[in-house]
Design a protein around this ligand. Structure first.
Ligand code: IMP
Length: 433
C-alpha cells in the first residue's frame, strides 16, 4: 500500500502518534515538507520521542527518507539521528541531496523578519523555515549536496548575506570571520551527513517498483498550507497531500490511501484567524486537559471546538479516504462539548472558509452541543474495539462521519500504541505487508 498521512487542521493533530502506530505496516516512511518547525511526538515502551526532522516511522520502518521538499538544519539533524541510534532506532536513513539547508543565519533572519512584520507577525517557530524557503525560491539556497564543497558553501553563504545584508548587518554575521566560521561548520557537519545523501526520488521509485509499502508523512496541517491556509499566518511550504509529488518526487497518482488526522477539537500555535476559537476558563480547561503546549516552542496553544466546515474543505483539498481522530478522550472530560457546523455573517450562512482577518471579523458560528462521555472503559475498548467506545462518544463520531461523508477508521484515546483503535472494516486493519 502507498499511503499518506496528513494533518487537516492547524498542525499538532497527533500525526506522529498515528504514523508511528501505522509504521509496522510500511517498509518505507517519507517526509516531504517543512523542517524543524514540526514536532512529532511518539510514545512507546514508556519512552517519549520527539521527532522534528526524521520521519516518525523511524522506529519501525526499514528505510526512512527526508525528501527534497524539506528544509533541514544539519546540526539538529545530526543530534536527532544520534539520539535515534542511541535509543535503538536503526532504520536506514536517506536524505535528498536537493533538500535545502537551514543555517543559524536563517534562524537569525526568521527573528528579524518577525520583528519587521510587527502587527502582522506570524508567531513562527523561529526555526529559520521561512527564510530558507525564500532562498530556495530566490535560487540562492544552500542544498544538502552543497555541504560537501567548501567553495560552494563560501560562495552561497556570502551571496545570502549580501542579499539579506539590511537584516543581518547588526548580527554577528556582519563579520566576515563569522560567515567563514559558518561555512566551515557547515562543511564539517557535511562530513557526517554525506553518508545519508542520495537522489531519494530514485530510491522511493525503486522501493515502489519492488512492491514495498510506503508511507508519506505530512508535516503541519491544511490551514498552515502556504496557498490554501490562513495566509499570511501559515508556514512556507505546501502541507496538502498533493505536495508529496513535488516534495518527494513521487506521483500522487500512485497513492492508494490518504488518511486525514484530526484532533477531536482544534488547536493552533501562532497568530491568525481561528474561527472556532474559545477563550476564558473553558479554553484554559481544554488546554490543560490536552496539554496543549507547543512541541517545538513550548508556547501555550490556542484552542477551540471542532470546525466541521473547515474539515469538509480540508478533506476535499487532500482527497481524504478516511479519518483518524485523536484526543477524543481529552474532549470527553469537558463539561460541555460543542462542534461548529456552519458560519454566518450578517445573519446569512456563508459557504466558504473565512480565510483572512477581515473575513473572520463578525463571524457567528452555528454550534451543535454534545454531552460529555467522560473517561472511557479502557479494558472494554481494548477488548471490543470500536464497539467498546462510550455511546456518547460514538454519537459524536457518527455525527462527524455523517457531516463529512468520510469514515473514521482510527480513534486514538491516549498516547500509547495500544490506545489506538482501528475500525474492523478498515483497509488499515490488516498489516498491509
Ligand atoms: P514557521 O513554519 O516556523 O514559519 O511558522 C509559521 C506558522 O506555522 C506559525 O504559526 C507556527 O506556529 C505554525 N507551525 C509551523 N509548524 C507547525 C507545526 O508543526 N505545528 C503547529 N504549528 C506549526
Amino acid at each position: 500500500m502507498i499511503a499518506a498521512v496528513l494533518g487537516l487542521q492547524f498542525g499538532d493533530e497527533g500525526k506522529g502518534k498515528i504514523t508511528d502506530f501505522l509504521s509496522d505496516r510500511f517498509e518505507v516512511a517519507v517526509r516531504f515538507n517543512g523542517g524543524g518547525n514540526a514536532g512529532h511526538t511518539v510514545v512507546t515502551d514508556g519512552r517519549t520521542f520527539k521527532f522534528h526532522l526524521v520521519p516518525s516511522g523511524s522506529l519501525r520502518c526499514e528505510t526512512v527518507v527526508l525528501g527534497n521538499g524539506m528544509v533541514i538544519d544539519p546540526f539538529a539533524l545530526k543530534d536527532e539521528i544520534q539520539k535515534l541510534r542511541e535509543s535503538g532506532g536503526n532504520a536506514e536513513i536517506k536524505i535528498s541531496k536537493m533538500a535545502h539547508v537551514v543555517t543559524p543565519m536563517h534562524k537569525e533572519l526568521d527573528k528579524k523578519e518577525e520583528e519587521i512584520r510587527s502587527k502582522l507577525s506570524i508567531g513562527t517557530t523561529a526555526q529559520g523555515i521561512g527564510p530558507t524557503y525564500e532562498d530556495k525560491y530566490a535560487r540562492t539556497g544552500i542544498r544538502m549536496v552543497d555541504l560537501l564543497s567548501k567553495t560552494i558553501l563560501d560562495e552561497k553563504v556570502e551571496t545570502i548575506y549580501r542579499m539579506k545584508e539590511s537584516l543581518l548587518k547588526d548580527t554577528k554575521f556582519s563579520q566576515q570571520t563569522e560567515r567563514q566560521a559558518l561555512s566551515s561548520a557547515l562543511l564539517e557537519v557535511g562530513k557526517y551527513v554525506k553518508q545519508f545523501l542520495d537522489y531519494t526520488e530514485n530510491i522511493i521509485y525503486e522501493k515502489y517498483s519492488n512492491g514495498k509499502n510506503i508511507l508519506f508523512e505530512g508535516a503541519q496541517g491544511t490551514m498552515l498550507d502556504i496557498d490554501f491556509g490562513m495566509y499570511p499566518f501559515v508556514t512556507s511550504s505546501n502541507a496538502l497531500s498533493g505536495a508529496l509529488s513535488t516534495g518527494a518526487g513521487f506521483s500522487f497518482r500512485k497513492v492508494d490511501f490518504v488518511l486525514g488526522v484530526v484532533k477531536a477539537y482544534t488547536s493552533k500555535v501562532g497568530a491568525g484567524p481561528f474561527p472556532s476559537e474559545i477563550e476564558g476558563k473553558e479554553a484554559d480547561r481544554l488546554r490543560d486537559l490536552g496539554h496543549e503546549y507547543g512541541t517545538t516552542t513550548g508556547r501555550p496553544r490556542r484552542v477551540g471546538w471542532l470546525d466541521l466546515p473547515l474539515l469538509k474543505y480540508a478533506t476535499r483539498m487532500n482527497d481524504v479516504d478516511a479519518l483518524a481522530i485523536t484526543k477524543i478522550d481529552t474532549l470527553g472530560k469537558m463539561d460541555k462539548i460543542k462542534v461548529c457546523t456552519g458560519y454566518r455573517k450578517n445573519g446569512k450562512s456563508i459557504d466558504y472558509i473565512p480565510r483572512n482577518l477581515e473575513e473572520v471579523d463578525g463571524i457567528d458560528l452555528e454550534l451543535r452541543e454534545f454531552e460529555p462521555w467522560g473517561e472511557p472503559d479502557y479494558d472494554k475498548v481494548v477488548k471490543n474495539g470500536f464497539n467498546g467506545l462510550p455511546e456518547k462518544m460514538k454519537e459524536y463520531i457518527e455525527f462527524i462521519v455523517d457531516y463529512l461523508k468520510i469514515p473514521v477508521d482510527i480513534v486514538s484515546l491516549g498516547e500509547t500504541r495500544n490506545m489506538t483503535i482501528v475500525r474492523e472494516s478498515s483497509e488499515l486493519k490488516s498489516n498491509g505487508k
